[in-house]
Design a protein. Structure first.
Lengths: 461, 449
């Protein structure tokens, strides 16, 4: 692979590019989905190809190829360089791509590689989880169980001298049952996603996920819709993570700076939240779905302390953003696959724990709402507007957890909401997620402690 | 290219049958797309992607396997066929699976799918389009502090479907889309908006309209305010109506979701589920439509399906599996994400039939209410509950827009939303997922704070 990458880089430089890089990927995935005990999807895939970029004077060009021969790489290297040169006349701002180079062979060791587990064994596991959810209660009307694994080998090289081989291994198990009682129907989605091999599926949380999902969906049968209004909200670790991800994380992706597309543009080194608030993005955590040693540009990653005691201190960088803002790259550039250009992205993003006991947090809130888990969320960083939806929650009356509610949406503004965080728990948990940006999905984790936001609008039926 | 895709497909189907498949189906796709992006008012980069791959579905004793690979190399295809078969063997049989679709004679040729101008588009022409859109936005934003993002994407693709029952179909398609996304910074506020167009024809693209419209919209969203909530009418502009109906209703009439009991529309076939004003048609043969194709993702002929007529649910959307399971006619709505997945179900051109009036008329007739230009939300498909943030919208009083909105949510159950549609306009437009005019929902819960 090293030879192929060098061929493309040399071809691009010779054609006139100032910088070029290559990602060569070989990925194998398996997806097994059962619906009501029957195979719905038994899928395997192989992604093999290279993504090549060329750069000159502020102009980028990108192309992908599945022709992994020397001549194929040379042709693509040349054509991508020509495309960059043609674009260069029309760019407004000239700059160069600079940065450190990395050389590494990073092997990711797992106890049980996915390729060593027979498809029958994976199928039997999915069947057991599907049965588990159905057998929990007669009101479970439909079950859906999805297992997925992904093994990636990635080779990254660039004209600065970077030359990195890296691997990744991420399994996932999802249980999504539906329950029915009369005309009342509810559904949930519970997932476990971490980094590792098939051994993760032997752990208790994976082995019992069908029961956990079924228990929650049966509980939801007695939930009610929430009345819309302004509430004091206590978020559980999962929802807190989603809030941090949507309401803050996207806005510190550094490609927003040259594009002037974030409301945080003028806030570096300034107060963006209360003094007890710290937010981090850390791809170096062991065994987490959003973790990796080197990013998709070959930069070694490190923990990013984005907000320290309320002050915006760091951003998520690619080689380009670090070059343009004259900062060190911190390994946040990721692609969905070789078919996509790398972009500054989050990894494992979380609020750092505070000092409140979780029970105290609820008691102290008196009247409000405790929101748990999530359905989805999105944001528009240029405007600062975001929203996310909790899958369920509980009304807090007189400092006690009461009636269960479902599908609670919360809307807000990035610059306003962090200032409203007034109490942070001392617990901590991360949950699996998948983040979308510009049509690219990458595995992430989000989380933190329980935390409270004062007076935010909550949507109701 | 045509011959080679079909030939590769036929070879793969034969190999699968030889290795033990009762039935096999191969989906191949080959595409070239070209994209130019601009940020901060100038072009930033270009990308070209050439993609080709193959997906193989095999069936053994009602057990189904699927594998795909991102190349068309013989050895990779052979590996994928083998993977597909071993997955089929290890699967749990599906008693409701009957058969892959058979080859029929009633294919109608869809019109307006391929435009040579898009197929042959050069970098220069693409760059010119994006510059024209940016210039148009700039003109409107003269005097403001702004940064415009913009993009143009064109694509030319060919797909082929071959199966054991004689289906061997292939069709070329082109498409082009353009957007402008201006960000405006004022002293104490920052906002953004966007406009776009998508078409299968180059000469339908109007970069000046896109640019001007995006600029005007962005100015209109400066200095948003919250309002006092409560029950009030909501006017959905076409983009908002498309967001709510495509995400919120199209999936509810997806036969697979209904069969699994996951849709809020259950057992409502033939019943009145919506206002009499609402008529929805799914037309896979609309000339030049973004969802148009002569055959669906299993090679079954496209058709025009009436979904809602006078408020009555007339049909669900089916692929071969759900139609066989319910013993009804296949509506030709099989869809898949290119070669990389099994066929699911989706709309083709999902269209709300036009009525009377447009966005401006509806605003002028409003006493008090809100306008939702767009939302990114979707309902809980099982309960139908929708809680949607008005990501772009206005507050209306006495028939006039008062100010844009912030932190404002609409809450309504989809079943109520469908029944409370009091007006359907005639200002239809194509979005990425639908063709719809503005609609008015006579009351919903609005929360703001």
């Amino acid at each position: 692979m090293e030879d192929l990458a060098q061929t493309a880089i040399e071809a691009a430089l010779k054609t006139g590019a100032h910088f070029a890089d290559v990602r060569i990927e070989n990925t194998a995935t398996t997806i097994i989905e059962l619906n009501d005990g029957v195979s719905k999807q038994s899928l395997s895939s192989r992604l093999k190809g290279a993504g090549i970029r060329a750069f000159i004077d502020g102009a980028w060009a990108f192309a992908q190829t599945t022709d992994l021969t020397k001549s194929g790489m040379r042709t693509t290297g040349e054509s991508v360089a020509k495309m960059a040169i043609a674009t260069k006349e029309k760019v407004a701002e000239k700059f160069e791509i600079e940065g450190p180079s990395f050389q590494a062979r990073s092997h990711y060791k797992v106890k049980k590689p996915f390729s060593k587990i027979a498809i029958e064994e994976k199928m039997a596991f999915v069947k057991a989880i599907d049965d588990q959810a159905r057998d929990y209660d007669t009101r479970i009307s439909s079950t859906r169980t999805i297992y997925g694994d992904l093994w990636t080998e990635l080779y990254l090289a660039n004209s600065l001298g970077t030359n990195v081989y890296t691997q990744n291994s991420i399994p996932r198990i999802i249980s999504a049952p539906t329950a029915k009682e009369g005309t009342n129907r509810q559904r949930v989605f519970k997932s476990l996603g971490v980094r590792g091999g098939y051994e993760i599926m032997d752990e208790e949380e994976a082995q019992n996920i069908g029961t956990a999902a079924a228990e929650l969906v049966i509980d939801l049968l007695s939930s009610t819709s929430v009345k819309g209004g302004v509430y004091n909200v206590v978020m559980d670790p999962i929802l807190n993570g989603v809030m941090i991800h949507e309401a803050f994380g996207h806005a510190v992706e550094a490609d927003n700076w040259p594009a002037h597309a974030t409301v945080l543009e003028d806030k570096i080194g300034m107060q963006v939240g209360p003094e007890n608030l710290s937010i981090s993005d850390d791809p170096t955590l062991e065994g987490m779905r959003g973790s990796y040693e080197y990013d998709w540009e070959g930069t070694k990653t490190k923990k990013r302390l984005l907000v320290k005691e309320g002050i915006l201190t760091d951003l998520l960088h690619s080689l380009e953003t670090a070059s343009r803002l004259d900062l060190e790259p911190n390994g946040a550039s990721r692609s969905q696959s070789f078919m996509h250009e790398p972009l500054p992205r989050m990894s494992n993003t979380f609020m750092e724990p505070g000092d409140w006991e979780v029970e105290e947090l609820v008691q102290d809130t008196k009247k409000g709402i405790l929101l748990c888990s999530f359905n989805y969320g999105y944001t528009q960083t240029a405007k600062g507007q975001f929203m996310f939806q909790a899958s369920h929650g509980y009304l807090i009356e007189n400092g006690e957890k009461g009636q269960m509610v479902r599908d609670v949406s919360l809307a807000g503004n990035i610059l306003e909401v962090l200032a409203k965080v007034d109490a942070i728990g001392n617990d901590f948990m991360l949950d699996a997620g998948t983040c979308g940006k510009n049509g690219q999905a990458v595995p992430t984790m989000t989380g933190g402690p329980h935390a409270r936001i004062r007076e935010v609008p909550v949507g109701g039926m | 290219m045509v011959d080679s895709l079909l030939t590769i497909g036929e070879k793969a189907v034969k190999l699968a049958e030889k290795l033990g498949a009762d039935q096999a189906e191969v989906y191949l796709a080959q595409s070239r797309s070209f994209e130019i992006e601009a940020e901060n008012n100038a072009i930033k980069g270009a990308s070209e992607s050439k993609d080709a791959g193959i997906g193989i579905r095999t069936i053994i004793d009602k057990k189904i396997g699927f594998a795909y690979v991102t190349t068309l190399d013989d050895s990779d295809i052979e590996e994928a066929v083998n993977h597909s078969l071993s997955l089929a063997r290890a699967s749990i049989p599906d008693p409701d699976f009957h058969t892959l679709p058979e080859s029929l004679s009633n294919y109608q040729n869809a019109k307006g799918l391929f435009d040579k101008e898009i197929h042959d588009m050069t970098a220069e022409v693409t760059a010119e389009l994006i510059i024209r859109a940016i210039d148009a936005t700039k003109q409107v934003l003269d005097g403001y502090n702004y940064a415009i993002e913009a993009g143009v994407q064109s694509s030319s693709s060919m797909n082929a479907i071959v199966n054991s029952l004689g289906i061997a179909k292939t069709e070329p398609r082109t498409s082009i889309s353009i957007y402008s996304y201006p960000i405006i910074k004022a002293d104490d506020d920052q906002t953004a908006s966007y406009e776009y167009q998508i078409s299968r024809k180059f000469n339908e693209i109007d970069p000046e309209w896109v640019g001007r419209s995006a600029g005007r919209l962005a100015i209109g969203f400066l200095h948003p305010k919250i309002i006092e909530g409560g029950e009030m009418p909501v006017v959905f502009a076409p983009l908002g109506a498309s967001a709510v109906l495509s995400r919120g209703f199209a999936d509810a009439v997806n036969a697979e979701e209904v069969q699994m009991g996951r849709s809020y529309i259950a057992d409502a076939f033939g019943e009145k589920i919506a206002s009499e004003k609402l008529e929805i048609v799914d037309d896979g043969l609309l000339p030049g439509g973004i969802g148009t194709r002569s055959f669906d993702a299993e090679g079954f002929p496209s058709q025009r399906t009436s979904v809602i007529e006078n408020g009555i649910l007339k049909s669900l959307l089916h692929n071969s599996y759900t139609a066989n399971k319910d013993r009804v006619d296949n509506t030709g709505n099989a869809s898949r994400p290119s070669y990389s997945g099994l066929p699911g179900i989706s709309t083709t051109n999902f269209m709300v039939s036009p009525g009377k009036g447009d966005l401006n008329t509806f605003i002028s007739e409003l006493d008090t209410g809100v306008v939702c230009r767009n939302t990114g939300d979707r309902p809980n498909m099982t309960t139908g509950d929708l809680s949607a943030m008005i990501i772009e919208g206005y507050y209306v009083k006495n028939g006039e827009v008062q100010h844009p909105l912030k932190n404002t949510l609409i809450g309504i159950n989809m079943r109520d939303l469908l029944k409370r549609i009091s007006h359907v306009g005639n200002d239809s437009r194509a979005t990425f997922s639908m063709i719809t005019p503005s609609i008015v929902v006579e009351r919903a819960n609005v929360t703001s704070g």
